[in-house]
Design a binder for this molecule. Structure first.
Ligand code: ADP
Ligand code: MG
Length: 711
């Protein structure tokens, strides 16, 4: 027989002595065709295995492990309140242990009498013997020498596919890992690793696949997660440097006189937090480099005035500014408040939305192109081809989480003159945990408004079951009697026309029309109150009329869908009731709650729901326990994971496989810092010794970050 070729990372698994056709076919189902891929197939998690004892020496109420032969099995069907059970008797030379699994009757097809298994779980006393409930189990191979009773150890659990078993992966690793490890090259120099107490890449792979202890797993995870985050940060920061390279933005005048002129128009004193952000923006805008900044501030923290400040800086230097918002209602509100703020000045403002009549639109487009309009507020209608500016210097995107990353690029492209790029500011009230923001918006600077304007009282939030609805509406009535106003939010509109996306969730939801009718009945607590219904399907003029009347106070209660979710600012509204609250997401509920508590009067948010899922209940509980959007965002993040934040709207799929942003935040900041220093040292990563790093960077994130030409 010809000797087997030595094993390295490229060795095809079919060349590995000891792997049979079944093994190879199974591994191929996971795309594992060569040794390198096999080693890169990382465990999902690790489970700790207790050391095994003989059955007779097991003690009650302890986590323990043993092995034996299945003597008998029985399936008990679900009956009344008791769930289906699968029971097995496990025996060894010393005794008998009862095993029981709930709700897993299919185990009868896997665990047959005569099979040998290893089990681990908590023991309980039952009659004279012991019982183990829902133990984890492992079939012990019938052929091929059974290993002796095991010592305590940590076992990797691999992601599998239909028809692939743990043991296929374990066996293949057994046969290749030792030979392959010495071939794993490290892209980090040893002194660099030493400073950060990181193991070599080879050691990391050894420990992740074959850990001795939990500490091995942690060290391996730390290295692999660090690598992933470092590569991501290098990619993101290089892309950002490149985006800025060669681009010129109009440097804006930023002197005391401009500042004074702008502040004179602001009807209140800026808070310290606002002043800090203004200072950051002023220094950005004064430079000839295009600004790309995210302004993050909780609902009601006062972001609009920051936008106004930046826009007026453009005007003070003879340029134009534009602000894009996600809803027409918000466009109208910003347009009105800017108009009020600038009443009597020479600054001219226009609005452009999908509802702007054609003739008005044509006139606005002309005026923008010739430069007679200074400020433009609008919806995504701003992005249409035909919208051209004479000299756009500042572009603002409000409620950025409602837009995609592409819109930001299109907004930037709005600068007519190819030699000049506008400064871009994006604002969001959906607080994204800061570290996450850094990752997602890696090409943005981040400013945070971390305090609310003075005199705000935290909104009190309470949860009511549907049976207590009348209590809620009695509260609403009391507020209205005091001259305050109310939002009442429902998840659906409630007629048969199919509506815009997001306004018509599953059936059974309380609808705007039905609720308005109900609340207007003579026996309703709100009988006699002026109520209007607002939703996205109303004609534009009607919506505007209703919002104006609500703002003026002649409408006392507004039954609305989520069209009012973002941005709407009516400080006299002090109570918001949310029907079927469990149908909304946590971030959405926090936004909705942010519609009240925007003035000095104490405000309340009343959630009406009988949540049917534990997750729904959890969300509502979180909302009642804090008004801190930052904390809620972190809760949301923990409940749902970061996946949703990386949804299609943000930046495509979640790019991280090993690092877990809910856990590895300290590693993220280390990697971010290290990446910045690295790029400073070697801006194009083309120094000798960096080739491997660059190859891995492109492999990991090249597509996502468009890094084809790096290195
Ligand atoms: P958001 O950050 O949610 O966009 P807004 O900009 O709409 O918040 O501001 C919320 C409310 O707070 C508005 O009524 C605004 O006029 C008011 N406001 C903002 N800043 C201040 C301040 N420094 N002092 C007093 N009121 C302020
Ligand atoms: Mg706002």
């Amino acid at each position: 027989m010809e000797p087997a070729p030595p094993i390295d990372l490229r060795t095809h698994l079919s060349k590995v002595p000891g792997l049979n056709k079944r093994d190879l076919d199974s591994l191929a189902l996971l795309g594992l065709t060569n040794v390198g891929r096999l080693i890169a197939h990382l465990p999902l998690r690790h489970e700790s295995l207790e050391s095994e004892s003989a059955i007779s020496s097991l003690e009650a109420d302890r986590l323990c492990a043993t092995r034996g032969e299945i003597a008998a099995t029985r399936v008990a069907r679900a009956r009344g309140r008791s769930p289906a059970r699968f029971e097995a008797a496990l025996t060894d030379d010393t005794g008998r242990l009862d095993l029981v699994w709930f709700n897993q009757p299919y185990l009868a097809n896997r665990l047959h009498p005569g099979a040998r298994i290893r089990v681990q779980g908590k023991t309980k006393r039952r009659g004279l013997g012991l019982q183990m409930v829902n133990p984890i189990y492992e079939l012990i191979a019938e052929s091929g020498g059974e290993p002796a009773l095991r010592e305590a150890r940590v076992r990797p659990v691999y992601p599998l596919a239909e028809g692939v078993h743990q043991r296929h992966i374990e066996k293949a690793l057994e046969l290749t890992l030792d030979a392959a490890l010495p071939h794993i090259e490290d892209h980090l120099p040893s002194s660099y690793r030493a400073e950060r107490e990181l193991p070599t890449l080879a050691d990391a792979y050894r420990m992740i696949h074959r850990p001795g202890t939990d500490a091995d797993v942690a060290a391996a995870h730390r290295r692999l997660a660090y690598d992933e985050l470092l590569l991501l940060q290098l990619g993101v920061q290089m892309r950002r440097a490149r985006l800025r390279e060669g681009l010129i933005a109009p440097p804006l005048r930023a002197d005391a006189k401009v500042d004074e002129h702008i502040r004179r128009r602001i009807p209140f004193t800026l808070t310290d937090a606002q002043n800090r952000v203004v200072a950051e923006i002023v220094s950005d805008l004064a430079r000839p480099i295009p600004t790309n900044r995210l302004i993050q501030g909780d609902v009601g923290s006062g972001k609009t005035v920051i936008a106004a400040y930046a826009m007026l800086m453009a005007v003070a230097s003879g340029h134009q500014a534009a602000m894009m918002v996600p809803t027409e209602i918000l466009a109208e509100q910003h347009f009105d408040s800017l108009s009020r703020m600038l009443a009597g000045s020479k600054v001219s403002i226009a609005m452009l939305t999908g509802s702007t009549p054609a003739s008005e639109r044509a006139a606005t487009l002309d005026a923008l192109a010739s430069g007679t309009i200074d400020l433009l507020v609008g919806t995504h209608a701003l992005l249409t081809e035909t919208v051209r500016f004479r000299s756009l210097a500042v572009a603002i995107i409000d409620e950025q989480h409602r837009f995609g990353v592409h819109q930001r690029a299109r907004m930037r492209a709005k600068a007519e003159d190819a030699t000049s790029t506008p400064h871009v500011l994006v604002m969001t009230a959906t607080p994204i945990p800061r570290t996450l923001a850094i990752t997602i918006f890696g090409d943005l600077d981040v400013s945070t408004i971390d305090a609310l304007p003075p005199g705000r009282k935290p909104v009190k939030t309470a949860l009511f079951g549907r049976a207590q609805r009348s209590l809620v509406y009695e509260q609403v009535k009391r507020r209205i009697d005091r001259g305050e106003q109310a939002f009442i939010v429902v998840p659906a509109i409630g007629d048969t026309v199919s509506g815009s996306v997001g306004e018509e969730p599953e059936s059974g939801a309380t609808t705007a029309h039905a609720l308005t009718q109900e609340l207007s009945l003579p026996e309703s607590p709100l009988a006699g109150v002026t109520i209007a219904t607002l939703h996205g399907r109303l004609p534009h003029a009607e919506r505007e009329r209703i919002m104006d009347a609500f703002r003026a106070g002649s409408i006392q209660a507004l039954v609305a869908t989520t069209v009012i979710e973002v941005g709407v600012d009516i400080p006299n509204a002090t109570i918001i009731a949310i029907e079927d609250a469990d149908r909304f997401g946590l971030a959405q509920l926090h936004q909705l709650r942010g519609r009240v508590g925007r003035g000095k009067k104490p405000s309340v948010c009343m959630l009406i729901a009988d949540p049917v899922t534990p997750e729904g209940a959890e969300r509502l509980k979180a909302l009642t326990s804090t008004t801190d959007g930052f904390k809620l965002a972190e809760t949301d993040f923990l409940l749902r994971g970061p996946g949703e934040l990386f949804g299609a709207r943000q930046s495509g799929s979640m790019p991280l496989k090993v690092a877990d942003l809910t856990r590895d935040l300290d590693l993220l900041s280390l990697a971010r810092h290290d990446a910045a220093a690295w790029i400073k040292r070697s801006p194009t990563l083309s120094q000798p010794g960096e080739a491997l790093l660059v190859r891995r960077l492109k492999l990991a994130f090249g597509d996502e970050l468009g890094l084809a030409d790096v290195g």
